[in-house]
Structure formats: structure tokens, C-alpha cells
Design a protein around this ligand. Sequence first.
Ligand SMILES: NC(=O)c1ccc[n+]([C@@H]2O[C@H](COP(=O)([O-])OP(=O)(O)OC[C@H]3O[C@@H](n4cnc5c(N)ncnc54)[C@H](OP(=O)(O)O)[C@@H]3O)[C@@H](O)[C@H]2O)c1
Length: 159
Amino acid sequence: MELIVAVFDDWGIGKDGTQQVALSADRKFFRETTRGAMVIVGRRTIEDFPGQKPLPGRVNVMLSRSGAEKEGFTLCRTVEQAAQLAKTVDRAMVIGGGSIYEQMLPLCDTAYITKVHCTPKSDTFFPNLDASPEWHLEKILQSGIEDGIAYDMCLYKRK
Ligand SMILES: NC(=O)c1ccc[n+]([C@@H]2O[C@H](COP(=O)([O-])OP(=O)(O)OC[C@H]3O[C@@H](n4cnc5c(N)ncnc54)[C@H](OP(=O)(O)O)[C@@H]3O)[C@@H](O)[C@H]2O)c1
């Protein structure tokens, strides 16, 4: 399984249910990287989707222990159930948020990490893969500056 996330310099990923800084270059990278894949997402992150609608052109899997079904999403009640579903497709990507990344990171071997070089205050964090003995930075795929903020799209692989 793969995952995709945008992190700030302190590995913060969000605050108050949303991303404080969202670069259009990163949105494009996200769209292109997840296109056609199964995306696995926590119920809270869906609340931040436009119109709380499923992402078009992808199979949307929602994780929720107690929430109701949502049109356009396949509901899973456990991480294990989502991991089983992921085996039925060519490509499954974990797309957040914080609690889902934390629980599913051990099941992933590839991570697309956009480093957004600023440090707004976050209340949700992703594990620092640069400090992990289990992961290494394989390649920087793309770099740039948008609105004065530098960014790098990085490919990490499990060692
Ligand atoms: N920077 C990025 O790339 C990025 C990407 C995505 C999200 N985010 C940010 O991450 C934050 C949201 O993260 P979060 O941790 O608060 O919420 P979340 O991970 O999106 O969703 C949490 C919800 O998922 C469900 N859930 C969690 N573990 C589960 C399990 N084992 N089995 C079944 N359901 C499970 C529960 O839903 P129920 O309560 O319905 O049971 C839980 O309340 C936001 O700030 C968002 O902007 C950032």
C-alpha cells in the first residue's frame, strides 16, 4: 500500500480539521498521483472535502467506527477491513488524516511526501520519516516555489 501526505517543516499536517497552507502545485500532484487509485480516508478528513463528496475518478473508501454510510464511499469499520479491500485493486493509497496515517503507515511501503517549507501551527502530525530507521528518501520528484513558499515532492521507500 502507498500513502500521500503534505507535511510542514515540523511534520505538522493540519489544524482544526483543515490544511492551513495548501499549495496548488501540491493539489495537482495529489490529483495526478492518486488518479485511478483506491483512496482510503478517515471520516474527519472527508468533512474537509469540497461538499464532503467523494474524489472523482477514484474508488473512495471511508474509515469510520460509528459514522453513517456516505453516498459514493465504501465504508470500512476497521483498518484491517480497508487493508483487505486494498488487496483487491492494483493501487491503494492512504490519504489521511492523522489517525489513519498513524494506523496504516506500518502497512505501507511507499510514501509520497510533499514537504511544504513553512511552519504554521498544527494540531495534527505525521511521523517524521527522516528520523525513522525504517524509511529512506529515495528521490526528490519535483521542487518549486509558490507564493514564496518552497516545496519538494519526495518519494520515500521502506528499507
Ligand atoms: N497534510 C495532508 O496531506 C493531510 C491529508 C489529510 C488530512 N489532513 C489533516 O488531518 C486532520 C484530520 O486528521 P484526524 O486524525 O483528526 O482525522 P482522520 O484521521 O481524518 O479521521 C478520524 C476518524 O476516522 C475514523 N477512524 C479512525 N481510526 C479508525 C479505525 N481504526 N477504524 C475505523 N474508523 C477509524 C473515526 O471516524 P468516526 O469518528 O466516524 O468513528 C475517526 O474519528 C485535518 O486537519 C486534515 O486537514 C492533512
